[in-house]
Design a protein around this ligand. Structure first.
Ligand code: HEM
Length: 128
């Protein structure tokens, strides 16, 4: 399924629910939870939400409030290795599941997240 198809299915509200389901898991996660700003989880939610609306729906609010995404650069302050990547994808996968997307949308979104999450890694590790 292409990006427009995903946005048609989910709409802005669908992305909002997905981000909420994801952050509910982040807060209690012992590996990733401590990386996120405890007093600004609402702000973090909004940033991811607007990014996804921008990326899939072409909405420009993310650009207007945050500028060019430069996601890899913005993730450099956080230690992201294989364990962090895999945990992020696990929690997002659970959130996708909870939101009951169609299998096509779930698969396409999953492939997108997997690619970006791997690109965010900033720790050299043997991959075994
Ligand atoms: C690979 C594991 C990842 C970790 C550990 C991680 C961690 C974080 C943390 C701690 C923040 C700061 C929260 C905030 O205050 O906004 C953040 C921001 C953000 N992350 Fe990630 N992230 C990961 C992967 C991803 C992926 C795959 C995406 C997109 C598909 C993504 C998109 C974003 C966005 C859009 C922001 C806000 C950027 C901004 O405007 O400042 N992250 N991430």
């Amino acid at each position: 399924m292409d990006e427009a198809g995903i946005f048609d299915e989910m709409g802005e509200e669908g992305f909002r629910r997905l981000v909420a389901a994801f952050y509910r898991r982040i807060s209690g996660d012992e590996l990733l939870g401590p990386m996120y700003p405890p007093d600004d989880l609402e702000g973090a939610k909004e940033r991811l939400h607007l990014f996804l609306c921008f990326r899939f729906g072409g909405d420009s609010r993310y650009l207007e409030t945050r500028g060019h995404p430069r996601l890899r650069m913005r993730h450099l302050p956080f230690r992201i290795g294989i364990a962090e990547r895999d945990r992020w994808l696990l929690l997002m996968g659970e959130a996708v599941e909870e939101c009951g997307l169609s299998p096509e949308a779930g698969r396409s979104l999953g492939a997108f997240f997997a690619q970006v999450a791997d690109f965010m890694r900033n720790q050299e590790e043997a991959t075994g």
